[in-house]
Ligand binder design. Structure first.
Ligand code: SF4
Ligand code: SF4
Ligand code: SF4
Length: 268
């Protein structure tokens, strides 16, 4: 449970800091997930939101670009798609739907949707944004709507929360995050060269497959039972679920370069 506890601590702490900044003078982190300031000076911007604003012809200050660059470096170079597992508030909703699925014994999906659909959604957003001259996703982005709803008071974002929850509970397992969300797709794409990776040791693996049962992106675990190495699938969100359930210590977090050297040593 250590990574689950860590993820919840980070998610809830960020929300608390945003709320404190909005309602009191305690401004460690102010703003929202689209645009924030740490200690009133260091900018953080959602790079996908910035990209849409640029494509739609909007004027942006240097601070927005600097904030986007910081986020790109944090996730693109270091933590990969960890934004989804550790920061995004929608993850709390979808994890709850998953939990209820298990408790209620709901298995299978009512719809079959490819996990690639999210990339098409992202492409459509980026193609149509300059055509209509509006940051399309920002008008309906559930991540931003839910987060702003929590901080500034829940509005119509509650209907989106309920829709995502019902979709994941009744229609498709991990339906929204692992199939449809363009924000998750964007973070997957930028994580191609990130350092933090899950590492697999085939010699310790007893093929119990518990890791595949809990992984929200089980297609990234293709090397289980085949070869030792790094989980390199872009969609791995570094949630640590697979590591938590592996009773044989065959999975752990590692650093990409270190893993590569170790793998080549193993193969000698
Ligand atoms: S896939 Fe989208 S909604 Fe799901 S956790 Fe990631 S950003 Fe949030
Ligand atoms: S949970 Fe661990 S032991 Fe079981 S299949 Fe996955 S890596 Fe192998
Ligand atoms: S491989 Fe492990 S860390 Fe990556 S998404 Fe699946 S459960 Fe999470």
């Amino acid at each position: 449970m250590r990574y689950l506890i860590l993820r919840r601590c980070v998610q809830i702490s960020l929300i608390v800091l945003y709320i404190l900044a909005h309602y009191t003078g305690f401004k460690i982190l102010e703003g929202n997930l689209s645009s924030s300031l740490i200690f009133g000076t260091i900018p953080l911007s959602d790079p996908l939101a910035v990209l849409q604003l640029v494509l739609s012809g909007g004027a942006l200050g240097g601070q927005a670009f600097l904030g986007a660059l910081i986020i790109l470096m944090v996730y693109g170079l270091l933590f990969g798609r960890a934004y989804c597992a550790f920061v995004c508030p929608v993850n709390l909703v979808t994890d709850n739907a998953n939990f209820l699925r298990r408790k209620l014994g709901i298995k299978g999906n009512l719809w079959n949707i490819s996990v690639s659909v999210r990339y098409y959604v992202l492409a459509i957003v980026l193609v149509f944004t300059p055509i209509v001259g509006l940051p399309l996703l920002e008008l309906s982005n559930p991540v931003a709507l839910i987060h702003r709803g929590i901080i500034f008071g829940i509005g119509y974002g509650i209907s989106i929360v309920i829709a995502i929850w019902l979709f994941d509970l009744l229609f498709v397992k991990n339906g929204f995050c692992s199939h449809l969300c363009p924000v998750g797709a964007f973070y997957s794409l930028i994580s191609r060269f990130s350092l933090l990776r899950v590492r697999y040791n085939k010699d310790k693996c007893t093929l119990c497959m518990h890791c595949k049962e809990v992984c929200p992106e089980k297609h990234v675990l293709g090397l289980i039972g085949k070869e030792s190495g790094v989980i390199s699938g872009l969609e791995c969100c570094n949630c640590g679920r697979c590591i938590e359930v592996c009773g044989d210590d065959a999975l752990c977090f590692g650093i990409r370069e270190f893993i590569s050297k170790e793998k080549s040593n193993e193969n000698k």
